[in-house]
Design a protein around this ligand. Structure first.
Ligand SMILES: C[S@@+](CC[C@H](N)C(=O)[O-])C[C@H]1O[C@@H](n2cnc3c(N)ncnc32)[C@H](O)[C@@H]1O
Length: 415
């Protein structure tokens, strides 16, 4: 089994709107396109864990309708801006505003320029880079509003990561060796040039309008507030994996600059709301969390949990809560699915110490338990972390049809 970079975020870098900002756990446009190709035209899609919006944007690109949900307000904002249609006037305004902002930056530097309250900001950016970034950000506020300002902020997010000391050579973000990023010359002209060229690229990417329609709801996938009853004919998603990755932690540079976060406490609170979150105060909350008894006492998950608990009670609690949360999600989901709806969950298994957690099998079981049928597990790729780790599509359908729907066939995922 291969690693199949074509099924990961790496495939999206040059795919128009999909390549604007990187989120390592995002999946590929190709995977979503392949799944949709196996379904009839004019699907009404639900995406309960929308992230950077790969599913809603692909669905809208292909003329489908999609309702997308996420707990993270920054991701809802970003995906909404990615899926919107922009007029020729707005595109021209974007390019002009970017140039005007860049022209004004050298005269805009001020001692008391606003900086985001992100902790140890000097690990992220050098003092001179910060000065330039802060002046660009202040310029966006003066120069534009509405949809054009959203696109300028996305160009800004792009350069703030490209000019940071963050390294992405692992699943989670880390910092580069300081020696590798120290520069001896004034980078301001190059940063401004990057900002203008990213604004131009974004303007070119939105030139073709999307024929479909995507709607975004900042809402919890355990309640799916705002979802329509029995409306959705397909679900394509990748939920958080039980691997202790924190989306808030990964996204914090954007979230602090754009005002979606103002302190560490709020960051931990948001991660606590997220399924699988354990960053900051979310960790101590997981430690004191008590199960709601959603798995019967004889369920095999208890054996796995006690193996993990021998090494870490906290991790055992984490895994237990993760799956109870997913039960809550499936319960909220099923009433929103139309008869015959087909669902596709892209998930990865996990390993804690020497215990491998068969996440895909638990998903299959929880889906059957929630009333879905024809549930099947397709192994699609090896992950590049530990050798036992793979990614799977767990697929199923709602309804009473006796035959497996054709969209669930395994050939869709072949390379
Ligand atoms: C693996 S990512 C989705 C990536 C997405 N497929 C993409 O291509 O960008 C999982 C997402 O689930 C969201 N999430 C976590 N807990 C949630 C909850 N309780 N309700 C809704 N969304 C949640 C996270 O914020 C994250 O964006």
């Amino acid at each position: 089994m291969k690693q199949r970079a074509d099924l990961t975020f790496k495939h999206n870098r040059n795919a128009g709107r999909h390549g604007w900002l990187r989120l390592t756990p995002a999946y590929s446009v190709k995977l979503v396109t392949g799944i949709l190709a196996g379904l009839h035209p004019k699907q009404c899609v639900i995406e309960p864990f929308s992230g950077t919006g790969t599913t809603p944007v692909v669905a809208a690109e292909q003329g489908h309708e999609c309702d997308a949900f996420d707990i993270n307000p920054f991701l809802i904002w970003l995906a909404e801006a990615k899926a919107r249609n922009y007029s020729a006037e707005e595109r021209a305004e974007l390019s002009n505003a970017a140039r005007e902002i860049a022209r004004n930056v050298p005269g805009q530097h001020r001692e008391n320029q606003w900086l985001p309250p992100i902790s140890t900001i000097d690990r992220w950016w050098s003092a001179s880079h910060l000065k330039t970034l802060a002046a660009i950000y202040a310029g966006i506020g003066k120069q534009a509003s509405g949809p054009v300002a959203d696109l300028l902020k996305i160009a800004f997010c792009r350069i703030l990561i490209d000019w940071s000391n963050a390294a992405f050579n692992h699943q989670s973000m880390s910092f580069k060796d300081p020696a590798s990023h120290r520069r001896s010359f004034d980078d301001e002209p190059a940063i401004l040039e990057d900002f203008v060229s990213w604004s131009d690229r974004i303007s070119a990417d939105v030139a073709v309008p999307l024929p479909g329609r995507a709607r975004f709801l900042h809402s919890d996938s355990r309640t799916l507030d705002g979802a329509r009853n029995r409306a959705y004919t397909a679900l394509i998603t990748s939920p958080p994996y039980p691997n202790r990755m924190s989306y808030v932690r990964e996204l914090r540079p954007y979230m602090y600059w754009l005002g979606f976060l103002s302190d560490g406490r709020a960051a931990g609170e948001l991660d606590w709301q997220a399924i699988g979150g354990t960053w900051g105060c979310a960790t101590s909350r997981v430690g004191t969390w008590t199960p709601n008894g959603l798995f019967e006492r004889t369920h095999p998950i208890h054996k796995t949990l006690s193996q993990i608990a021998r090494r870490s009670e906290l991790l055992a609690n984490y895994v237990h809560k993760y799956f109870e949360d997913m039960i809550g999600h499936f319960d909220a989901l099923v009433p929103t699915l139309a008869d015959g709806a087909q669902v596709f969950y892209v998930v990865g298994n996990s390993k804690f110490y020497d215990t491998t957690l068969a996440v895909e099998e638990l998903y299959a079981e929880l889906m059957k338990r929630a009333g879905l049928r024809h549930v099947a597990i397709h192994k699609i790729r090896k992950r590049n972390s530990k050798k036992e780790l793979y990614e799977f599509v767990v697929a199923g359908a709602r309804g009473t049809a006796r035959r497996r729907p054709p969209g669930l066939s395994r050939h869709l995922y072949r390379g």
